[in-house]
Design a protein around this ligand. Structure first.
Ligand SMILES: Cc1ncc(COP(=O)(O)O)c(C=O)c1O
Length: 401
């Protein structure tokens, strides 16, 4: 029996009756752009997050691009982020006219390293021509970045914060004023509703969250052709709106998000328990952080071997991400080289994402861990002498060993 990496069908079955009825209503009203469902979702997601405003947009990349523009990033400005993320984080900076400047990550969490960020900004502010305008922390795999420290640093260096919360719907961080949702601590938080996300649409979708009314207005206008009214345009904007069908799906799923995330956290706890005696290192969840476990990621120097064994046993898995962004051809103009960000490069070489979704059974998690353990047992028993490995024939095709 195949173990799925994500199970969108199971989610759809839970909501299809309700959404089916709402689709009929949307068709009856022919209200496809804007309207009751979009406004309803924006209100409900704002309540869920505990922010004043949510604005629905077409996808997470647009949310990031327009958020950067709305907080004042202008052509030529530098924006600090991490190399260990999806390409869209940096692409959005480029699309907003900015230049992505990378700082390395903490190898235990995969998130922005505070010492690396501080060091980078200190050097930058010493050399006179400081063009750094904003920081884009990424809550990688659903684990919040260290926002308390990032906020302090942003205040010290007078920088804006645009949170990439595209993988972090419902993740939480302990702050001096209590627990807060990822995506609500910086100036703007950006979310993706790509179908496989913890809160996913039936197509593309995204949103920004903010407590700043002016920023919300700018993003809402930018995403709707720069409109003030139907034929009055304050800027040349984009067409980047959340549509009402996606909003109806998201409203139904939002009601289940807390329960689904609780289930993900229970599965993660099971994985951690079962993996305690296996020679792999799961990404850490530090004190004061509550991951929403968009992904459950382990690290191992034998990653490719484990992956081959999982695939052979029909257990789906993934690598997020095999190439850090400073080594992507699309960003070669930034001039970075291999070796510039050792922690990111090492993580890219060792990470493996195990099946993780709210409908995963404990038996499926146990089968996954047993397969990982067995793969590692096999490789240690095929060791001929120190350091030399005889690779089983079946894994040769996918293994760099
Ligand atoms: C970290 C991160 N940033 C940005 C995005 C972009 O979101 P979208 O695919 O909705 O444009 C994603 C989506 O996969 C993501 O994982």
């Amino acid at each position: 029996m195949r173990v799925k990496f994500v199970d969108l069908g199971a989610q759809t079955r839970e909501i299809s009756e309700r959404v089916g009825a709402e689709l009929e209503q949307i068709h009856a009203q022919t209200a496809y752009i804007g309207g009751e469902h979009v406004e309803g979702f924006e209100r409900e997601f704002a309540d869920f997050l505990g922010v004043k405003r949510v604005v629905g947009v077409a996808n997470g990349t647009d949310a990031l691009r327009m958020a950067l523009m709305a907080v004042g990033v202008e052509p030529g400005d530098e924006v600090v982020t991490v190399p260990m993320t999806f390409i869209a984080t940096a692409a959005a900076i480029v699309q907003a006219g900015g230049r992505p400047m990378f700082v390395d990550i903490d190898p235990e969490t995969g998130n922005m390293s505070i010492p690396a960020l501080r060091k980078f900004l200190q050097i930058r502010s010493r050399n006179g021509r400081n063009m750094v305008r904003a920081i884009v922390p990424v809550h990688l795999y659903g684990l919040p970045a260290p926002m308390n420290e990032i906020k302090e640093i942003a205040e010290e260096f007078d920088l804006k914060i645009v949170e990439d919360a595209c993988q972090a719907h419902g993740a939480r961080i302990k702050t001096s004023s209590g627990w807060k949702q990822a995506g609500t601590i910086g100036d703007v938080g950006c979310f993706s509703f790509y179908p496989g996300k913890n809160l996913g649409a039936w197509g593309d979708g995204g949103a920004i969250a903010t407590n700043n009314e002016e920023v919300a207005h700018r993003i809402s206008s930018l995403g709707n052709h720069g409109r003030l009214s139907h034929y009055a345009h304050e800027v040349c904007g984009f067409n980047s709106r959340l549509d009402s069908i996606q909003a109806a799906v998201l409203r139904a799923k939002l009601e289940r998000l807390k329960g689904w995330n609780d289930r993900r956290r229970a599965i993660a706890a099971t994985y951690r328990q079962l993996l305690a005696t296996v020679d792999v290192r799961p990404i850490a969840e530090p004190e004061g952080m509550e991951s929403c476990y968009h992904l459950f990621v382990i690290r191992s120097s034998k990653r490719d071997l484990i992956r081959t064994a999982l695939m052979k046993n029909e257990i789906e898995c993934g690598i997020h991400y095999p190439v850090p962004l400073h080594l992507q051809p699309a960003l070669s103009h930034l001039g970075y080289r291999s070796g510039d960000f050792p922690a990111s490069e090492s993580l890219a070489d060792s990470v493996l994402s195990l099946p993780m979704h709210p409908h995963l059974t404990i038996a499926e998690a146990a089968k996954t861990v047993a397969t990982v353990a067995e793969a590692l047992r096999e490789v240690s028993s095929t060791k001929t002498f120190a350091g030399e490995l005889r690779v089983p024939a079946t894994s040769r095709a996918n293994s760099p060993l």
